[in-house]
Design a protein around this ligand. Structure first.
Ligand code: NAD
Length: 368
């Protein structure tokens, strides 16, 4: 049986695809100018991806796991032993607001089901802690705007787990595009997906997932189209195909969508929850091209351009992401394209994708 983890691991194998909420400014002071230069992270939601993040973080130089938030006591016990977490840094979903009184936690990484991100990020911001939230940022752009506003009000940093923005092959592709090596970008064609397994999982429930393939993996096609062009879409058209209306009763199964950019080019993108071996990013420019496949999994990412192999080191995505974010926070460096605002840009397009589908493929113009 294929699963989401299969998708990410298969593509990785190349087989296919402040402390005090009343004084939130203290959070930033605590994490910058610190002598030990290690970001102290608590993970919220101890499921599949949290375990991958935690494993990756064992390679981190600038971030370490010091706490957990979970509704399952047995998981807390396992994580305490595995990552040497003291009792005082463990919380459940009812006690999580007390984290504001814990000066030993700088940041909370929210890795819960999509539709809980909004509530959880608001809780963490209210506790005066920096926050990373997994993709998709929220169920819709309205929620994403509320999350950004809450973090800004609390003076805490807000990031999205866009690990590819720390991944060397992806960064090399962006560098080449910015250096003009592809010339004017003329077309982009991205696809992401896998055949989802267990029909009872939260990913197939609208109340926990917000949507289906588009929310989960469509965001890779979309975010990829944005970093392939360096432009923001101004209109969207989208179509959904549903071949299994029983399994995909509540959420989308397969979506194709087109993004129109200010320069006039169109990106053709897609995502699915119902077939395998769909993975890849294609960029076509006036002077050159790139084809990346696997493009979105945990690595190694592999690609070819008109110049030959897309050369870049293979890294652990999660470790690189966490060290990269820690470096920004601890050393006051500029944030890469992984902020809450970046999550919002994707969410605005996702809202438009769903609106277009509701309106039988109508062209939806994106308001700035
Ligand atoms: P998962 O089901 O494996 O884990 C979800 C965790 O949330 C579980 O520990 C579960 O107990 C907990 N949880 C808390 N409240 C819950 C509730 N009401 N219902 C169900 N579970 C609840 O899922 P996952 O694969 O770890 O995904 C979690 C998030 O991480 C999602 O937003 C997903 O999009 C994201 N993710 C990102 C990547 C990436 O590469 N960036 C990869 C996988 C998942």
């Amino acid at each position: 049986m294929h699963s989401r983890r299969d998708f990410l691991q298969k593509v990785s194998l190349g087989l296919g695809a402040a402390a005090l909420s009343a004084f939130p400014a203290i959070a930033n002071e605590l994490t910058s100018n610190r002598q030990d230069k290690q970001l102290r992270v608590a993970i919220m939601g101890l499921g599949g991806y949290a375990n991958i993040v935690a494993k990756g973080m064992q390679e981190c130089k600038m971030a370490k796991i010091v706490g957990v938030i979970s509704g399952t006591p047995s998981k807390i016990e396992t994580w305490k032993k595995q990552y040497d977490i003291p009792d005082k840094n463990t919380y459940n979903y009812e006690t999580v607001s007390q984290i504001k009184n814990n000066p030993d936690i700088d940041l909370v990484y929210v890795i819960t089901p999509n539709s809980l991100h909004h509530k959880h990020v608001l809780q963490i911001a209210a506790a005066g802690k920096h926050v990373i939230c997994e993709k998709p940022v929220a169920d819709n752009a309205k929620q994403a705007r509320e999350m950004i506003a809450a973090c800004e009000k609390a003076n805490v940093k807000f990031y999205i787990g866009y690990r590819l923005h720390f991944e060397p092959h992806t960064l090399e592709l962006i560098r080449m595009r910015e250096a003009g090596e592809f010339g004017k970008i003329m077309h982009v064609n991205n696809y992401a997906g896998f055949k989802i397994g267990d029909p009872t999982q939260w990913r197939l429930k609208k109340s926990l997932a917000g949507g289906g393939a588009m929310m989960d993996v469509g965001v890779y096609s979309l975010n990829g189209a944005r970093y392939c062009t360096g432009e923001e879409p101004i209109w969207v058209t989208a179509q959904e195909s549903k071949t299994d209306p029983v399994k995909f009763k509540e959420v989308d199964e397969t979506i194709t969508f087109q993004l129109g950019f200010p320069s006039g080019i169109i990106a053709n993108c897609g995502c699915t929850y119902n077939f395998n071996h769909v993975e890849g990013l294609k960029l076509m420019g006036e002077k050159g091209w790139a084809e990346v496949n696997p493009a979105f999994g945990y690595g190694p990412i592999r690609g070819t351009t008109h110049k030959g192999k897309l050369e870049a080191p293979d890294v652990n995505h999660q470790a690189n992401q966490m060290d990269g974010i820690a470096d920004c926070i601890l050393n006051n460096k500029p944030d890469p394209n992984v902020t809450g605002h970046e999550g919002l840009k994707d969410m605005v397009v996702i809202d438009a994708v769903y609106e277009s589908i509701r309106k039988n493929g109508a062209k939806i113009f994106i308001n700035k």
